[in-house]
Write a protein that binds this ligand. Structure first.
Ligand code: C2E
Ligand code: CA
Length: 467
């Protein structure tokens, strides 16, 4: 190339331009060549395995056609594969990288599903497979295991970084119990929901018994999606008292679901399902925003409450979300509330030093100036060693712990030690579950700083306490 340019006797500027031009042409040509080879390889692969790719509508139509034209000897199987934690992956990696993950998983499935199967991107994080084969229980188990093993291999991203993928699979066959093609599609959803609740990389094969067990949870799952769309969640507030000053120092916000037919539902009816589906991050951000909005409006209307603390809960699953602190920072920016008037309650402190995302989130949230509370502190956590390396402002003693401490002299001693320790650490102890005067007297006698419980007030809508 250099000799050629010398021979042509070109100006240096023109020569550089030509070199750049040739390089660009070379890179672009290589890119298209590789892409062409890849497309061709995929086509050849699909051809080799005689796998047909469909969109969701044609997939449903095909299932319907196969169902109506099937006789009692024709069986077929439908499998639905869902990529775990897709919402987080999408937020962390972006839409493009995520789509790459979906196509990679799809390509991998092509290798393990039987010849003549049909495959489809069912919705953005789920892949459906139609298998025109009569499979017995062993066949179905093998199919599910092979599909999961193949799908869950790490995926190489555009940045060359490797990412671990997890999936779940739900399987349903056409048999004498199905009433319609729609029912088969519903059955794979039920099986998939069951697999998700069993944990990552698990599969589930639909059965009548499973349907009975799962139907309530599945109904809840669908209702939760509707509840999000229809804004049926709300926050209740419970006062936390300063036991010496005898006044409210804070309010803990507790989420509730205003269910259209069942009434107000407590968090244990929906948070565990939201943790499985990834919606916990949505409700976490929603609850933070909602609490700050209300806190901000409250301080405006009642300037005398400017030091009132508003507190909210964060579950371990939320803390594992790598962007939690950033998301909270963005929400917090919209309000002018001193950060020390916001408290984040965290359970299972023991996992901190084991999961980097969790400790990174906690460090960032602490740096933003929010108060941190160790929630539900119990006997099993009472090793003070655990507390040495963590910066926190409150230790909330679990209701059970207070109950035990009253009856057991030794446990009472642990609480006394904690109160002493809190002085050194400059943090406050909160007694949870103060239900009556006896408990109140007991916790006051131990010099516990704050108390929360039905004695002071149950969790209620904002208007009941604060308006
Ligand atoms: P938690 O943080 O330990 O909340 C205290 C729970 O104890 C609340 O139940 C409250 O109603 C109940 N409680 C308060 N005082 C008393 C009392 O004197 N006696 C008795 N028996 N119970 C009392 P709730 O509201 O059903 O909340 C249950 C759990 O749900 C909370 O436990 C918290 O871990 C979780 N949670 C609530 N809201 C949220 C939220 O917005 N995000 C997350 N991640 N978790 C939340
Ligand atoms: Ca709490």
């Amino acid at each position: 190339m250099k000799n050629l340019l010398l021979e042509l006797n070109l100006q240096p500027g023109v020569a550089i331009f030509l070199v750049i031009l040739v390089t660009v042409i070379f890179v672009v040509a290589t890119f298209f060549l590789i892409r062409g080879i890849k497309n061709e390889r995929n086509r050849a692969l699909a051809e080799k395995y005689r796998i047909k790719e469909l969109d969701r509508e044609s997939f449903a139509q095909m299932v319907s056609y196969e169902y109506t034209s099937a006789n009692e000897d024709t069986h077929f199987t439908v499998m639905l594969i869902k990529i775990t934690d897709s919402e987080n992956l999408k937020t962390t990696l972006g839409e493009k990288q995520f789509n790459r993950i979906v196509s990679t998983v799809k390509e991998r499935l092509v290798h393990v599903i039987p010849h003549g199967s049909k495959i489809c991107t069912y919705d953005n994080d789920r892949i459906a497979v139609f298998i025109e084969e009569d499979m017995d229980a062993i066949g179905l188990t093998n199919l599910a295991t092979m599909s999961i093993n193949e799908a869950k291999k790490p995926v190489v991203l555009l940045t060359r970084a490797k990412i671990d993928i997890h999936v779940n699979a739900g399987i349903a066959s056409n048999d004498e119990f199905n009433q319609s093609a729609d029912e088969i599609l519903q059955n794979i959803e039920i099986a998939l929901a069951n697999a998700i609740s069993a944990g990552v990389d698990k599969y589930s094969i639909y059965s009548e018994e499973l349907a009975v067990r799962q139907s309530e949870e599945y109904r809840h799952y669908k209702e939760i999606k509707e509840a999000i769309a229809n804004q049926q969640f709300t926050l209740y507030y419970q006062p936390i008292y300063d036991l010496k000053a005898n006044r409210v120092i804070a309010y803990e916000s507790l989420v509730r679901w205003n269910h259209p037919t069942l009434g107000v539902l407590p968090p244990d009816k929906f948070l565990p399902i939201m943790e499985q589906t990834g919606d916990i991050n949505w409700i976490g951000s929603w609850a933070f925003d909602r609490m700050l909005k209300l806190q901000s409006a409250h301080i405006k209307a009642h300037p005398e409450d400017e030091n009132l603390i508003f507190s909210m809960n964060l579950s371990p699953k939320q803390l594992m979300y790598p962007h939690l602190a950033e998301e909270f920072r963005k929400i917090y920016k919209n309000y002018r509330i001193p950060p020390q008037n916001i408290c984040l309650e965290i359970v299972e402190f023991a996992i901190f030093d084991k999961i980097p995302e969790v400790s990174s989130n906690i460090v960032k949230l602490t740096q933003m100036g929010f108060k941190i509370a160790i929630d539900d502190f119990g006997l099993e956590m009472s090793s003070l060693k655990l507390l040495e390396n963590i910066d926190f402002n409150w230790i909330k003693l679990a209701r059970k712990f207070i109950e035990q401490a009253q009856d057991d002299f030794l446990i009472g001693g642990v609480v006394e030690t904690l109160v002493g320790f809190s002085k050194q650490k400059n943090c406050k102890i909160v007694a949870e579950g103060v239900e009556d005067e006896i408990i109140l007297k007991y916790v006051k006698g131990l010099n516990i700083h704050y108390g929360q419980g039905y004695y002071f007030g149950k969790p209620l809508p904002y208007e009941e306490y604060l308006a």
